[in-house]
Design a protein around this ligand. Structure first.
Ligand SMILES: *Cc1c(COP(=O)(O)O)cnc(C)c1O
Length: 366
């Protein structure tokens, strides 16, 4: 702490990362990475990069990648800005659309980075509690309008529950909200294939809708730091031409992001495997009495039953001792649950086995 810090920075707490162990023996089911490897096409693209190309600045607006993203969502280049991870997109939305001293809105619980970014920006946070089944309260937009929230983030599929809101729910919020609605679709790649969910048309219907996507989860590229926003020309332009860093996407990321998108077939295969493991794991957990809301994401929010004889925090600690990391949040409504990333079949089996051992001694006799 320094007396030179701005008062709001001095008063705030930073974001708490999920643990990132350096060893590769740990079974990492704590930060929602895709458990499958990066596409071989991305590996080949990385090998083909000549360091000589790093002498000059990268293409300033990542246009080839923007075009590929635009095509992927059937929108145009002007509707896309590429960012240094989805997290930069969130920060840019805050910087561009929220006046310091005004307010920012979110559902509670959701992504714990949102209030951190608001605090950095010296904006107030209006938290609207979700219903008991994690659905959106009827008056979500109304509550935020009362406090004149200039930006609201809705994560869909919802984190940490995995629930999916349908497009009509989002459409109603966009219509009612006075400020900008950012739909954070960090996990949208894992939505069931048969589900008709497609929010991209909302950016043409409304001048206040932004959609966030990331390569971190769906494309197994969390280490690359690549994400993007979709929105109307009018919303994207100030972010692209004023508030972002002038060269926010380096040359390597532009090349690798393009290779990842061009190998969609590979990415889709990983999504299919994650979905099938998601249903197998949630069934296995349910057999042990650990219930979870239906997830359209690559994680499961499992509830440790009150009669288990161990708390969720104790289960988290015991799993950690056996080399398995999951996420525990000491927060209202989450303290009796664990957020478990869907892993490979082997990882999920190891988790189930470890859980059986932790819970068995406490099982009711008979
Ligand atoms: C992972 C995630 C993001 C973006 O992550 P990046 O790695 O910065 O792309 C955004 N929102 C939520 C809810 C996430 O879980």
């Amino acid at each position: 702490m320094s007396r030179y810090e701005r008062p709001n920075i001095r008063a705030m707490h930073g974001y708490t990362w999920g643990e990132q162990p350096e060893d590769d023996r740990t079974i990492k089911l704590n930060t929602n990475e895709n458990p499958y490897p990066v596409s071989p096409a991305v590996q080949a693209a990385l090998r083909s990069i000549d360091v000589a190309t790093l002498r000059t600045y990268p293409q300033p607006t990542a246009d080839r990648l923007r075009d590929a993203i635009a095509e992927h969502h059937t929108v145009s280049r002007n509707n896309v800005i590429v960012t240094n991870g989805g997290d930069e997109a969130l920060r840019l939305a805050m910087t561009t659309f929220v006046e310091p001293g005004s307010s920012f809105g979110m559902a509670e619980p959701s992504y714990s980075l949102y209030p951190v970014l608001a605090a950095i920006h010296d904006a107030g946070v209006i938290e609207v509690p979700l219903q008991h089944d994690w659905s959106m309260p009827e008056n979500f937009a109304g509550r935020l309008n009362e406090s004149a929230a200039q930006l609201a983030c809705v994560v869909n599929p919802h984190a940490p529950s995995g629930s999916l809101y349908d497009v009509d729910t989002l459409r109603r919020i966009a219509f009612e909200l006075d400020g900008v609605l950012l739909i954070d679709e960090a996990y949208a790649d894992f939505i069931d294939e048969g589900n008709p969910y497609d929010s991209a048309p909302l950016i043409n219907e409304f001048d206040n809708v932004l959609i966030l996507r990331t390569f971190s989860k769906g494309y197994s590229l969390a280490g690359l730091r690549l994400g993007y926003l979709l929105g109307s020309d009018a919303l994207i332009d100030p972010v692209l031409s004023k508030t972002r860093d002038s060269y926010n996407i380096d040359h390597i990321s532009q090349v690798l992001g393009l290779a990842a998108l061009e190998d969609k077939v590979y990415a889709r295969e990983t999504w299919t495997k994650v979905r099938s493991e998601r249903s197998r794991l949630s069934n296995d957990l349910a057999q042990m009495g650990l219930t979870s809301p239906p997830s359209q994401s690559n994680f499961i929010l499992a509830r440790i039953p009150p009669d288990a004889g161990v708390s969720a925090e104790q289960v988290y600690e015991r799993l950690k001792t056996s080399g398995i990391l999951v996420r525990y949040f000491a927060a209202p409504r989450l303290a009796d649950r664990l957020r478990i990333t869907v892993g490979t079949p082997q990882q999920n089996d190891a988790l189930t086995k470890a859980l059986q051992e932790i819970l068995r001694p406490h099982a009711a006799p008979g």
